[in-house]
Design a binder for this molecule. Structure first.
Ligand code: SAM
Length: 277
């Protein structure tokens, strides 16, 4: 069956990399692991040996059917669905514990998948994910670096991210145009610890990074925050009036959120919610 580039089908054939991906999940002998995009089952085969049960979410009809033929249902549940619509909360509720997630991601929707996992954090324990190297660098970047931005703050607000190893295009068939990096992301959200409301904090971060060339103050004004409130908020948070969002650590973003809330902007829409496990 030919691969479908539109679905990001670059199949991994490096056995060492497959072993390292599964090992990076840690002990999952009593856990259910959700695999995103199992494809022809390269990772799935090793995973079904290591995990108590695997739920594999695959959009491609033929690949999903082939996986159902190859693996017994007691080891693998194949869900033929777009992972962006997969109900992680229901899966975690049915297993009774937060899930481990693994995936050699379809690169055309890496960011939406990361944002979806972030939004489902209460159902998740950890994720080991392969993505385009440049995206992994953005996810793991710290303040002040060229790669630091919305994806970095959003991911790291939901828990620490570690880059594990990088693979050349030749590890895949067909080879993609880019190098690929595997990351591990432990879900340990920081909203309660930093005293910020999740939804309005993430809204503030989105506004702050809206236009990379603009200063933080200009981006906030463009998002509808009054000039006086911006000036006061930055001053209260101890941020230079000319600063750009790329310079702000997560802790300073939290200070800014609190300072702007004091000026009646970015009001919490929901009370801060502790992680559900
Ligand atoms: N895990 C396999 C491997 O490592 O060889 C395949 C990885 S391939 C990079 C990405 C897989 O994600 C493909 O099997 C593709 O069909 C599947 N996929 C693409 N879009 C998807 C989506 N929206 N939801 C679920 N799976 C998707």
């Amino acid at each position: 069956m030919p691969s479908k580039p539109k679905l990001g089908q670059n199949f991994l054939h490096d056995e060492t990399a497959i072993r390292r991906i599964v090992a990076a999940l840690g002990d999952c002998s009593r856990s259910t692991v959700v695999e995103i995009g199992p494809g022809r089952g390269a990772v799935t085969r090793a995973l079904t040996q290591a995990a108590a049960h695997v739920i594999a979410v695959e959009l491609d009809t033929e690949l999903a059917a082939r996986l159902r033929e190859e693996f017994p249902p007691e080891r693998l549940t194949v869900v033929h669905q777009d992972v962006l619509e997969f109900n992680f909360a229901a899966a975690a509720a049915s297993t009774g514990e937060p899930l481990a997630v693994v995936g050699n991601l379809p690169y055309y929707i890496t960011s939406p998948i990361l944002l979806r996992l972030a939004a489902c954090h209460a159902a998740l324990d950890r994720a080991v994910l392969m993505m385009q190297r440049e995206v992994a660098e953005r996810v793991a970047a710290g303040p002040g670096s060229r790669d630091y931005g919305l994806l970095s703050v959003t991911a790291q607000m939901h828990g620490p991210v570690q880059q594990l190893f990088t693979l050349p295009p030749g590890a895949f068939s067909p080879p993609p145009d880019v190098h690929s990096t595997v990351i591990r992301w432990r879900f340990a959200p920081r909203f309660t610890e930093l005293g910020v409301d999740e939804l309005s904090f993430l809204e503030l971060v989105r506004s702050a990074f809206a236009q990379k060339r603009k200063t933080l103050a200009n981006n906030l004004r463009a998002a509808g925050v009054a000039q006086d409130a911006v000036a006061l908020g930055l001053e209260l948070a101890g941020i230079d009036a000319q600063a750009r969002a790329e310079a702000l650590s997560i802790e300073i973003f939290a200070d800014l959120w609190k300072a702007l809330r004091a000026t009646a902007h970015f009001e919490p829409q929901h009370a801060p919610s502790p992680k559900a496990h």
